[in-house]
Write a protein that binds this ligand. Structure first.
Ligand code: FMN
Length: 181
């Protein structure tokens, strides 16, 4: 059975990101673990540099769920904030700094290869792609592949909420199929 990690970067419990995650979950048949960047206990990297000696983060919090690395796929899901990802996503991402050696050499970190997907929502349109770097870096650090071809984006949510964006909702079925293929 496949296991999918969903990293939810929206503070809204019933917002657009939450709607699309709920729809994706309907199509996933395997195990799903969702981590809220806003509500879980994941502290930002404080550059203590202990990981330079051990290649592992010495801070113990909910990031351990991600470090456990027992997923076959990962989905980053967040709203566009000021043409980038919300702060808690960057905060979570900073905790991959323990793989810094791999960043420097562009080699993949010592975690299993997995599939990647991205769900983005935006009130307007035009800034969506500027918000993807956080997802790209996160997926690189999680050794997750396929982001380019597996992005589901609901724009102009100020005008049409994601729950009414039929085209985007339909794409989530395809995303689920890819994640579990
Ligand atoms: C602080 C903040 C900054 C935002 N910046 C942008 C932006 O730069 N571009 C955009 O299209 N929408 C922006 N939005 C709108 C959100 O992306 C939009 O409302 C989204 O659908 C909210 O998703 P959620 O309900 O999953 O949280 C911003 C919203 C907030 C609260």
């Amino acid at each position: 059975m496949k296991k999918t990690l969903i990293i939810n970067g929206s503070p809204r419990k019933k917002g657009d990101t939450a709607t699309l995650i709920a729809e994706l979950k309907k199509h996933l048949t395997g195990e799903v673990v969702e981590i809220s960047a806003y509500r879980s206990n994941i502290r930002p990297c404080v550059d203590c540099r202990q990981c330079q000696k051990t290649n592992m983060c010495v801070v113990r919090d909910d990031m351990d769920l991600i470090y456990a690395d027992d997923f076959d796929a990962v989905v980053m899901a967040y709203p566009v904030y000021y043409a980038t990802a919300p702060g808690p996503i960057w905060s979570l991402l900073s905790r991959f700094q323990c793989y810094h050696e791999y960043l420097k050499t562009s080699k993949f970190p010592p975690v299993r290869e997995k599939k990647a997907g991205l769900i983005l929502v935006a009130g307007g349109s035009g800034n969506e792609m500027k918000a993807t770097p956080a997802a790209y870096i996160s997926c690189k650090m999680m050794n997750a592949h396929g982001l380019d071809e597996h992005m589901v984006i609901s724009s102009k949510t100020d005008e049409v909420p994601a729950r009414e964006d039929q085209e985007t909702l339909a794409q989530l079925k395809e995303l689920a199929a890819w994640l579990e293929s």
